[in-house]
Write a protein that binds this ligand. Structure first.
Ligand code: FMN
Length: 393
């Protein structure tokens, strides 16, 4: 194996972090903005593959093979297979969703557009790897090719080209293999339609912030800041539990906004009653929650609804809306056939049930926090499981 001359040894100081982050952060699924009329020079594809080949590979084996399809007759046939496996469904789905404002309307319009124009995309690239994913844990299989294929997509983006990661056609992997002469024992992992982009500006997509989906040391444990060493309540310890609930979003929304319901599942929460004239979930509505804990006794706490987006998010803060003791959130995300339900707790910044213990034993603050979060976790999981069971019943 020889080294591509344009890749050389360089120091981290020479890497422009902003450019790297910008390319990684804006490599989007490009479909409607693929320039179908502008030819793509093969050299640029090879340059991007050279970059992509620097991705790690199990056992340091060079087992990736890249199939670049430009022959119009072959592209026609691949486009037919794409339509048959998923494209026709995408087109029907687009037509059904058109004008409905459904969250998938735009992506389906884009997916259908690609399905209708795949044959006209200048280059179709199929990253493959020698071997079959047989679960043996041997290096050089599926898990050694995806990272390189994605590097290829980012390298294209940095040069003004675009693509979309597509896998729908892999349902016809055997037909593709026959068409393109791929021998047995090779795994195809994607089909990347490559073209220059119409305009080169792309933005980041909405994604969860790292602080909300990164767990620290134990599953579900979050920090809003820092954490400092040793951690404190001011660092915003939190807990997230989540489950995929096979029920309608309306059904799940009805359950999470029933403020009394968690009392059926939690060992600490005894119940809640709307206050101040409120009768149901609305921004600014208030309720009183009642709790019991072996070390703290029984207490009640005023709660203020500070998040209320029907069928998306419902949350409240405790004690003082300007300096809450805790913030609780239910978040609903529709995913294929079900609702992903997230139940989140953020402790602090204001005083709450544990503040007394922390004041009495400041040197034990990290332990007090860890224990309290673990207690909450058990109850939150029980509430989540309870809601899931009711919703799916
Ligand atoms: C595993 C996987 C398979 C995908 N398969 C297809 C596909 O077959 N057809 C397609 O048009 N898009 C496909 N996509 C692209 C997603 O639909 C795309 O990520 C989504 O539209 C969001 O766009 P964004 O990544 O630019 O935010 C796939 C993405 C992934 C990660």
């Amino acid at each position: 194996m020889t080294q591509d001359p344009h890749l050389r040894r360089i120091s981290a100081d020479e890497i422009d972090t902003a450019s790297v982050d910008a390319a990684l952060g804006t490599t989007r699924a490009v479909r409607r903005r693929l320039d179908l009329a502008r030819p793509v020079d093969l050299q640029i594809i090879h340059d991007c593959i050279d970059v992509a080949e620097q991705a790690p590979t199990g056992g340091n084996q060079g087992s990736r093979r890249w199939l670049v399809v430009r022959d119009p007759a072959l592209k026609d046939r691949l486009a037919e297979l794409y339509l048959a496996t998923a494209g026709n469904w995408m087109i029907e789905h687009r037509d059904r969703l058109a004008g409905t404002g459904h969250p998938n309307e735009a992506v389906m319009a884009s997916a259908a557009h690609l399905a209708e124009h795949l044959a006209q995309v200048p280059v179709l690239v199929i990253p493959t790897i020698i071997g079959r994913h047989d679960g043996s844990g041997r290096p050089g299989l599926f898990d050694s090719v995806l990272q390189a294929a994605w590097s290829f997509c980012v390298a294209l983006r940095a040069r003004g080209l675009g693509t979309t990661w597509t896998t729908a056609i892999l349902g016809a992997e055997d037909e593709m293999a026959e068409l393109l002469g791929v021998p047995g024992g090779i795994t195809q992992v994607a089909l990347l339609p490559v073209a220059w982009t119409l305009g080169t500006e792309f933005g980041p997509a909405p994604r969860y912030p790292a602080r909300e989906i990164t767990w620290h040391d134990r599953w579900g444990c979050t920090w809003e800041r820092g954490p400092s060493d040793p951690p404190t309540l001011a660092d915003g310890p939190g807990m997230t539990v989540e489950a995929d609930v096979k029920a309608s979003v309306q059904r799940v929304w009805g359950l999470v906004t029933d403020i009394d319901l968690p009392a059926r599942f939690s060992t600490e929460f005894l119940g809640a009653t709307w206050t101040g004239g409120a009768t149901g979930p609305a921004p600014g509505a208030t309720f009183e929650g009642r709790n019991r804990h072996a070390a703290i006794g029984e207490w009640s706490v005023p709660c203020f609804v500070d998040v209320c987006e029907p069928e998306r998010a419902f949350g409240w803060c405790t004690s003082n809306p300007d300096n809450p003791g805790a913030r609780w959130r239910f978040e609903l995300e529709p995913i294929a056939g079900s609702v992903r339900l997230r139940f989140r707790l953020l402790l602090g910044p204001g005083p709450s049930g544990i503040s007394g213990a922390i004041e009495a034993m400041p040197d034990k603050e990290p332990r007090i926090l860890a224990r309290r979060v673990a207690e909450h976790r058990a109850n939150m999981q029980a509430v989540l499981d309870g809601i899931k069971a009711l919703a799916e019943a």
